[in-house]
Ligand binder design. Structure first.
Ligand SMILES: Cc1cc2nc3c(=O)[nH]c(=O)nc-3n(C[C@H](O)[C@H](O)[C@H](O)COP(=O)(O)OP(=O)(O)OC[C@H]3O[C@@H](n4cnc5c(N)ncnc54)[C@H](O)[C@@H]3O)c2cc1C
Length: 477
């Protein structure tokens, strides 16, 4: 039995494990890091659409040669169907320092691990953890690799095992109860028809200002009690999935409902005509979160500790920010030789609060997924908060990457009041048997993205005005 020691052992060689290793290595090249990945070859993964914050993070890692293999994301589109009428709320992306991607995750995750090796990070793949004995400053780990058991020590052990949640299971950490009650059904389709065969013609805004065609925006089909994503990976292949509210669509019926809608929904059926699905995955319990995100010299990153919801594609954004925060704390540990209790305590409070806030917001949103005018206003509200507090500051203050937004004593009551008011408006509509009232035009635009240029400072005001104007109209309608 051989013995080795590492500064940091990362469990999980998916996107978040590799990105953590690359970020740490960029900040502290002397760190001795090992990634343990159990799959010899990655299979298809979901989580393909990125948003602005994660794009800025990725751009800083010097991995452009890997990113260029993937499609650029050209914005967001939300397609509604009310009384058989197609309605759309869209956000084309302008050229910016933060244009997102539609990743082929199998390719990206494989490339990222190879990049880690190139940068001097040890990668054991396939390898499996047999035993973890958590000890302050000196975790003892037994790993099975090439039919051999290798005993290693690690000052830090970071769990990035995704939904496998290694540490949570090992330490019997309980999930906290959540109000959000959702599940997801997802697959990849090959042989997808060209967008022109089912889509509306491209609005001049896309051709004049956007970085590319509307086909490569992250498309959402918005329906009652559920929403669908349609993420085109390339001309032939797309990732399709449905997230459903279990209070509207019972878990036991979700897969059947998914398959039925693919045949019967007037828009989805056309978008997938003759397309061939791969294996269909059903995630019955989508959101979860724990209370504690570090124990002694171990920490949980990303989905190994919490996952809330994929609407607006915030997954990678959140983990990249957590990655930056965690990396800074780990580097501080290696500089000072001790774990600063105050800093780690604050980190835990922020991650916990950020996840709880997101659970609250998503819980509200699921009542409005079918309403064009109410949902569009919520989207504008979210864009306003996201661009103003998360994206825009990054343009000027790169260190704010680790600043994870939470609702504070001002934004929390405003958000609560806002959703209370929306509830009243929804009830009014329901009484009159309507989903939307004021429908000024069938397609509306809101610009997201962080454009290069002088209009940058006016962005929050633009977004605030767009949201407020529509909110007033909703109340009059
Ligand atoms: C329905 C849905 C839709 C989503 N959509 C988006 C989106 O559009 N955009 C976005 O940014 N995010 C999205 N996400 C989130 C995104 O998919 C995840 O955040 C991301 O894939 C997690 O990456 P990861 O590296 O943490 O985990 P994974 O990709 O799951 O990687 C974990 C790795 O750990 C390895 N592993 C596990 N256990 C062990 C072990 N014991 N020993 C060794 N290795 C182990 C696994 O083999 C795996 O390779 C979505 C998530 C869901 C559920």
């Amino acid at each position: 039995m051989s013995r080795l020691s590492f500064d940091i052992v990362i469990l999980g060689g998916g996107i978040n494990g590799s990105l953590l290793a690359l970020n740490l290595k960029q900040k502290a090249p002397k760190l001795n890091i090992l990634i343990i990945e159990k799959q010899a070859v990655f299979s298809d993964k979901i989580g393909e659409s990125t948003s602005d914050v994660s794009s800025v993070f990725l751009n800083r890692l010097g991995i452009d040669h890997l990113l260029v293999k993937h499609a650029r994301k050209n914005g967001l589109r939300f397609l509604f169907l009310e009384n058989n009428k197609r309605l759309e709320f869209a956000s084309p992306s302008q050229k910016s320092i933060a244009n997102g991607y539609h990743f082929d995750r199998k390719v990206l995750d494989t490339d990222l691990l190879a990049e880690c090796k190139k940068k001097g990070i040890s990668v054991w793949q396939p390898a499996e953890i047999k035993q973890l004995d958590i000890q302050k400053d000196n975790n003892q780990i037994k790993v099975l690799k090439d039919s051999q058991t290798i005993e290693i020590t690690a000052k830090w052990f970071i769990d990035v095992s995704g939904r496998f949640r290694f540490l949570q299971k090992k330490l019997n950490i309980e999930n906290i109860p959540l109000q959000l009650n959702t599940g997801a059904v997802a697959t990849h389709f090959n042989n997808i028809p060209a967008n022109q065969s089912w889509d509306t013609p491209e609005h001049p805004l896309w051709t004049e200002r956007c970085i590319g065609s509307q086909d490569y925006s992250t498309i959402h089909f918005m329906r009652k009690g559920c929403w669908w994503w349609f993420i085109k990976i390339n001309e032939n292949r797309a990732s399709i999935g449905m997230v459903y509210n279990k209070e509207v669509i019972p878990s036991s019926e979700a897969k059947t409902y998914f398959l039925k809608q693919i045949k019967e929904d007037p828009v989805i059926s056309k978008a997938l005509q003759n397309a061939i699905p791969n294996k269909i995955n059903h995630i019955e319990n989508l959101p979860y979160m724990v209370r504690q995100y570090h124990y002694k010299n171990t920490a949980l990153l990303g989905d190994s500790g919490a996952f809330v919801d994929p609407l607006f594609s915030p997954g990678l954004d959140f983990v990249c920010q957590q990655n930056e925060y965690l990396s800074n704390l780990l580097i501080d540990y290696f500089k000072t030789g001790k774990k600063n209790k105050r800093k780690w305590g604050k980190y835990n409070r922020i991650i916990f609060k950020a996840n709880k806030d997101r659970v609250y917001i998503y819980k509200q949103i699921y009542s409005y997924t079918h309403s064009y005018d109410l949902f569009s206003n919520i989207a504008e509200y979210i864009f306003l908060g996201y661009q103003t507090f998360s994206v825009l500051p990054l343009r000027y203050f790169p260190k704010r990457m680790s600043k994870i937004s939470t609702l504070n004593f001002i934004t929390q009551p405003i958000t609560q009041l806002y959703f209370l008011r929306l509830r009243v408006l929804l009830k009014k509509r329901e009484k009159k048997n309507k989903t939307s009232f004021a429908l000024p035009q069938p397609v509306r635009f809101s610009r997201v993205g962080m454009p290069l240029g002088i209009k940058l400072f006016t962005k929050p005001f633009d977004l605030f005005w767009a949201w407020l104007k529509d909110f007033i109209l909703l109340n009059i309608g």
